[in-house]
Design a protein around this ligand. Structure first.
Ligand SMILES: CCCCCCCC/C=C\CCC/C=C/C(=O)SCCNC(=O)CCNC(=O)[C@H](O)C(C)(C)COP(=O)(O)OP(=O)(O)OC[C@H]1O[C@@H](n2cnc3c(N)ncnc32)[C@H](O)[C@@H]1OP(=O)(O)O
Ligand SMILES: Cc1cc2nc3c(=O)[nH]c(=O)nc-3n(C[C@H](O)[C@H](O)[C@H](O)COP(=O)(O)OP(=O)(O)OC[C@H]3O[C@@H](n4cnc5c(N)ncnc54)[C@H](O)[C@@H]3O)c2cc1C
Length: 663
């Protein structure tokens, strides 16, 4: 049998309806149709070809992306694509580009932090791409500590302008995507100074380049910050540096939803919290969670298909060898990642609802849920990006040596994905934000009943006393038992941290000293939410033959895999006995056997095109070995039998005359 037959055979074993699972993965029949149409549009358009990317130099890579982005914008207009369709189009083109910043950060910053008047003026210009913007917050000296930014915006009453200035080397803006060569505008975050007084960091709309000839405007120095990790991935983006030498902008270019500066130089706060100035980051973190499920699903699709084709050992009397997918070790590394992709998918759908809700509330000045939403987006961003980055690397290893080839699609995917652990809030820094929320919630338990995602902490006094009642491996299939285990572990970790915090001279000192434990408690809290979201999703109506059952298996795999991975926490907090932890692991092995016949159908449900996967190992048709050979032959080194440099540098060594003493 060939790879093609292996996958055909695997597909025939599926115990659920793949077409309906595709809809469950996409979220709705409408969402499925949009994704499917955009994926095919990209896959069938030669402009979006990706094969040659790894061979291109930096300048060619960058220009190639400019060309693709221009073509995509033409398609958006010619085909009258909606914003949602355009977003999927960008996604499937699969190349970081200045438009990521334009649509994910510049426009949301204008919409979220601008006044009605500012929105009216700037948003249409941005949405029609008459101006192209970026989000210039991070500096050479500070990224995480936003209040530590050094760029200044000094109000000049006489001219009714702000003067934007980079007073030190470390105040240079450093990292913003598209800044180096493309963007005409930026939201520049700077310390506001009026009459020598500092009023904190605010966003300012600054024009960077001439709209006529694209040259940097006077007083502005712009450049690229240099090559980044991986070759053909993030180097398509011109992450940039900017320095401002007393650049003047009109007063009405400060984003003034949160606070205003009057003509007279009076600083006025609206009745909105200053954290609203961070709203763009909340919005993008939510998008990043959704992207995590996409990136992880892509990696597991490649690794699962290849694992069904690859055979090693186990052959006796000349019969076929064992598919590596049949090894329990392979399953225990791969199937939890398949389950995680689904878990993150449903978590991101839920987070989107939470975010939509807070957005509507903010519009009518209801800020009550902002701290919870900030904690959820920050925590989920950290949890999902860390697991996805690790998961992609695990998938590479699951593909053995071939996973290290660029043609496997995995090295480039990893290089493309891994900065998500850092951008939009470094992951540990984000977990510490969740910790602040947890500490406040637990400290306030006597006065305030927590709601929403923290509601379980309202039962903390019970959860710290109760013990797990599981007696058999079967008991671990009960969602109530699973959820209570996660809640009890998280509540005990949070309460334990709070008790120890009280032993320090000041809360700040305690927080700093216990920050590692607090980060772990935060992760445990976020896992409660992801697991409970998956369980709740299964309580909804899910049509299609066997679809719900297959998802139930994955939900249990996800939860029990986490329980096994973090069993130290579950045991140390005293909720579980070693016997109960071991029963969970027994159940996990049984669950892997239930996933096995559905493995290929599950990854088919992601509906990834071969173009999107860009992986010889993950091809839908399974024709791996001939295509791997073909891809290798296309390497420039195979253009000739004798490569450049052989005559010059190798042959002289071969032909050297050695003295007998050196022989
Ligand atoms: C091409 C890739 C494919 C994927 C495409 C997906 C789309 C991605 C688009 C583009 C690609 C990526 C581009 C990347 C862009 C960037 O990275 S932009 C820069 C992002 N920078 C950060 O995220 C900085 C991180 N730092 C912070 O957010 C904050 O400073 C902080 C660390 C959270 C806060 O520090 P600190 O506590 O010192 O700060 P204060 O300002 O004093 O805050 C006090 C209180 O406010 C609460 N807070 C903080 N942030 C928020 C918020 N966002 N919303 C609500 N509330 C917030 C904080 O918890 C404090 O509350 P408390 O006093 O009650 O405890
Ligand atoms: C690919 C990419 C694209 C980006 N695009 C943009 C963009 O478009 N616009 C923009 O403004 N920025 C952008 N950034 C910058 C990005 O947002 C920052 O790099 C990020 O916020 C992290 O900040 P930092 O680099 O200052 O890390 P640091 O904060 O210096 O982190 C270094 C280490 O210190 C630790 N640390 C920091 N503070 C604490 C603390 N309080 N407690 C415990 N540990 C701590 C961190 O955990 C980490 O281990 C981009 C970055 C990348 C990699």
């Amino acid at each position: 049998m060939e790879g093609v037959d292996y996958l055909r055979d695997e597909r025939s074993k599926a115990q659920f309806d793949v077409e309906t699972m595709k809809v469950a993965w996409a979220g709705s029949p409408e969402a499925f149709l949009v994704c499917d149409r955009m994926a095919k549009l990209v896959a069938n358009d030669p402009v979006f070809e990706k094969f040659s990317k790894p061979m291109l130099g930096r300048k060619e890579l960058f220009k190639n992306t400019l060309r693709k982005t221009a073509h995509a914008w033409k398609l958006v207009n010619d085909l009258h694509l909606t914003e949602e369709e355009a977003k999927w189009l960008r996604h499937y083109i699969d190349e970081p580009s200045y438009t990521d910043l334009q649509w994910e950060m510049f426009v949301p910053a204008l919409e979220g932090q601008g006044t009605e008047e500012q929105k009216k003026k700037w948003v249409p210009l941005a949405k029609t791409m008459q101006i192209i913007g970026t989000y210039a917050q991070t500096e050479l000296g500070h990224g995480s500590n936003v209040q530590g930014l050094e760029t200044t915006a000094t109000f000049d009453r006489q001219s009714d302008e702000f003067v934007i200035h980079s007073p030190t080397l470390t105040s240079s803006k450093w990292w913003p995507g598209g800044l180096a060569k493309v963007t005409t505008h930026a939201i520049v975050y700077a310390r506001l100074i009026i009459d020598g007084h500092f009023y904190g960091v605010h966003g300012f709309i600054v024009q960077l380049r001439s709209l006529e000839d694209h040259s940097p405007l006077p007083g502005i120095t712009l450049g690229d910050i240099g090559m980044k990790f991986g070759h053909g991935t993030y180097n398509t983006m011109d992450n940039g540096v900017a320095r401002f030498d007393r650049v003047r902008i009109p007063r009405d270019q400060m984003l003034m939803r949160v606070s205003q500066v009057t003509k007279e130089g009076k600083y006025m706060k609206s009745n909105v919290p200053r954290q609203l100035g961070y709203a763009t980051m909340v919005s993008v973190r939510q998008t990043i969670v959704s992207d995590a499920s996409k990136a992880l699903s892509r990696a597991v699709c490649i690794a699962t298909r290849y694992s069904a084709i690859r055979r090693q050992f186990g052959s006796r009397d000349g019969g076929p060898e064992t598919q590596v997918l049949d090894y329990k070790t392979q399953q225990s590394r791969l199937f939890p990642l398949v389950a995680s992709a689904f878990a993150f998918r449903f978590a991101s759908d839920w987070l989107k609802l939470l975010y939509t809700d807070v957005k509507q509330r903010l519009e009518v000045n209801d800020f009550s849920t902002l701290p919870e939403v900030h904690a959820c987006t920050a925590g989920f961003k950290s949890l999902t990006t860390a697991a996805t980055a690790e998961g992609i690397e695990e998938c590479r290893k699951l593909c053995g040596g071939h996973g290290y080839l660029i043609s496997s699609g995995l090295p480039e995917l990893f290089a493309f994905y891994v900065p998500a652990c850092t951008y939009e809030g470094e992951n540990v820094v984000m977990l510490l934000q969740v910790a602040r929320f947890l500490v406040k919630t637990v400290s306030d338990l006597g006065n305030k009943q927590p709601v929403g995602t923290a509601a379980y902490l309202g039962r903390a006094s019970l959860l710290v006393q109760k013990n797990c009642v599981v007696q058999t491996a079967e008991d671990w299939l009960n969602p109530i038992a699973i959820l209570e285990a996660f809640e009890a572990r998280a509540a005990r970790m949070a309460v334990g941290c709070c008790q120890r915090l009280a032993e320090f001279k000041s809360p700040e000192e305690g927080f700093a000293e216990l920050s590692s434990d607090l980060a772990e408690a935060s992760l445990a809290h976020c896992q409660v939410i992801v697991v409970s979201t998956f369980i709740r999703r299964l309580q909804q109506d899910i049509p299609g033959r066997g679809v719900k059952q297959a998802l139930e298996v994955l939900c249990n795999v996800y939860a029990l895999f986490l329980l096994h991975k973090h069993q130290g926490d579950f045991l140390a907090t005293g909720y579980l006995t070693p016997k109960q932890a071991s029963l969970a692991n027994d159940q996990l092995r049984t669950l892997y056997s239930k996933v096995r016949p559905n493995a290929i159908a599950l990854v088919d449900s992601f509906n990834h095109t071969d173009h999107y996967l860009s992986s010889v190992l993950g091809r839908y048709d399974g024709n791996v070995y001939p295509k791997l050979y073909e891809a290798a032959l296309k390497d420039p080194l195979n253009d000739s039998d004798i490569a450049d440099g052989i005559h010059q540098y190798v042959q002289p060594i071969l032909k050297q005359k050695l003295h007998s003493s050196k022989l």
